[in-house]
Design a protein around this ligand. Structure first.
Ligand SMILES: *[C@@H]1O[C@H](CO)[C@@H](O)[C@H](O)[C@H]1NC(C)=O
Ligand SMILES: *[C@@H]1O[C@H](CO)[C@@H](O)[C@H](O)[C@H]1NC(C)=O
Length: 214
C-alpha cells in the first residue's frame, strides 16, 4: 500500500498530499460534507471509475458515498461552484487539494480547507497516525501563494505548486506547502524518506468523512 500514494502523486502531479490510508482494505462509506459558507462542487474519481461530481450547498451540504466494494483507492476534491459539471471538475482537479483514500488523502495544490476524519474506527484506537484526522487549512490563499508557486484561476482557484510532487526532495515550492500543512504529503516520498508522519491508517472496515472547511 505504501506505493499507492506515490503512484497517485505521479499520476496527478499534485503538490500537497494529506494521506489517510487504511492499512489493508476498503472503507464502507465516505461522507463528503461542505461546511464552507459557499457552494462547492465536489468530485470523486477512483481507479475503477471515472470522475463524477455533485454540488454541496453552503454549511450543510453532504453526500454519503458507498464505496465499499468499488473503491480500492480514489480521490475527492472540491472547488467553489454550484455547478456539478464533470468537465469543470476535471479542469479544477490540478488546482485542488485532493483527499486521497486507499482509502487516503492527497493534494497537488491547495484551494479549500480540507480534512479526512474517521467516523467509525471499527475498534481501532485513535492515536497519532492510527486513525488520526489529517487536515490542511490555509487561512489566506493570496498571502500564502508566493512565487514560484502561483495562483490559478477558475474553476479551481487554487495555489499551484509549480515543482510538483514528483520531485524527490523538498524544494522552495513544496516546502511552502509543507510548512503550512505539516500533516500533508507534500513531495514524492515525503512519507518514507523525510517525514514518516504523514501516512495515516485505520482498521479495515472503518468509515470516513471528507470535510471541506472543517
Ligand atoms: C490576504 O492577504 C492579502 C495579501 O497579503 C491581503 O491583501 C488581504 O487583505 C488578506 N485577506 C484577508 C482576509 O486577510
Ligand atoms: C476487510 O473487511 C471486509 C469486510 O468485513 C472483508 O470482506 C475483507 O476481506 C477485509 N480485508 C482485509 C484485507 O482484511
Amino acid at each position: 500500500m505504501g506505493e499507492l500514494p506515490a503512484a497517485a502523486v505521479k499520476r496527478t502531479a499534485v503538490v500537497i498530499l494529506l494521506l489517510a490510508m487504511t492499512t489493508s482494505s476498503l472503507a464502507a462509506t465516505i461522507t463528503v460534507r461542505n461546511q464552507c459558507s459557499i457552494w462547492i462542487s465536489a468530485c470523486q474519481e477512483s481507479y475503477e471509475k471515472p470522475a463524477t461530481c455533485f454540488a454541496l450547498r453552503p454549511k450543510t451540504g453532504s453526500r454519503k458515498l458507498n464505496v465499499g466494494t468499488v473503491w480500492k483507492s480514489g480521490v475527492i476534491w472540491g472547488f467553489r461552484s454550484s455547478n456539478a459539471n464533470v468537465q469543470q471538475g476535471i479542469l479544477a482537479k490540478p488546482q485542488a487539494n485532493l483527499a486521497e483514500l486507499t482509502l487516503g488523502l492527497s493534494k497537488n495544490a491547495y484551494n479549500l480547507p480540507l480534512m479526512i476524519h474517521p467516523t467509525f474506527t471499527n475498534g481501532g484506537v485513535r492515536q497519532g497516525l492510527h486513525c488520526g484526522s489529517p487536515k490542511c487549512t490555509i487561512p489566506n490563499l493570496t498571502s500564502f501563494c508566493k512565487p514560484p508557486n502561483k495562483l490559478t484561476g477558475p474553476p479551481g482557484n487554487g495555489c499551484y505548486n509549480v515543482v510538483g510532487p514528483t520531485t524527490p526532495s523538498p524544494t522552495t515550492s513544496t516546502l511552502a506547502f509543507k510548512r503550512a500543512c505539516p500533516s500533508s504529503y507534500s513531495y514524492h516520498k515525503d512519507d518514507t524518506k523525510f517525514n514518516p508522519g504523514v501516512v495515516y491508517g485505520c482498521n479495515n472496515g472503518s468509515n470516513y468523512e471528507v470535510v471541506f472547511c472543517p
